[in-house]
Design a protein around this ligand. Structure first.
Ligand code: SF4
Ligand code: SF4
Length: 152
């Protein structure tokens, strides 16, 4: 197992990732984590420990468990130390993307968002549901708007 002493510094320098050092491994973030309940391989406390110890191998990889996170932010509310596991997980996802290791499903979703500006893509079922709810039926866009915002 290879230890990367600069692993924490490899994560983007967002304020929240600096709080990693405060984690004392209490597991409060695990107790109410919906992803940890459903996924045997996902545990925010373990992710924090690997970041603290400088063990990126199983986190920054094609099959990383970080994609099981639902981004619900419960861990941020529960942590008694003000550590923000969700921000660290987001930083890890960005790292995976920067290293060209996005899982196929995520890469496809990203391309779809870039092309259509929509997180949920157009389909007959979605169009039917929108129609039933009295929402605008025309879902066509030229795309590029979200990409433009991200580029600023
Ligand atoms: S991130 Fe916070 S809640 Fe989770 S194990 Fe560390 S100190 Fe406890
Ligand atoms: S945001 Fe936190 S609590 Fe929610 S799924 Fe992700 S790790 Fe679990």
């Amino acid at each position: 197992m290879k230890v990367a002493l600069d692993f924490k510094e490899l994560l983007p320098t967002v304020e929240e990732t600096d709080s990693v050092r405060g984690c004392f491994q209490c597991s409060a973030c695990v107790a109410d984590c919906p992803a940890a309940r459903r996924s045997a391989r996902f545990n925010p406390r373990e992710i924090m420990l690997k970041v603290l110890l400088g063990l990126p191998e199983s986190l920054v990889c094609e099959d990383s468990a970080v994609w099981d996170c639902t981004t619900c932010y419960t861990c941020k509310e529960r942590c008694p130390q003000g550590v923000h596991p969700i921000e660290v997980i987001t930083a890890l996802k960005n790292r995976i993307a920067a290293e060209g290791m996005l899982p196929e499903k995520v890469a496809t979703a990203v391309e779809g968002i870039k092309k259509t500006d929509r997180v949920i893509q157009k389909s007959d079922a979605i169009s039917r549901r929108r129609s039933e709810l009295g929402l605008d039926f025309d879902m066509d866009t030229d795309g590029g708007r979200i990409e433009g915002v991200l580029a600023t």
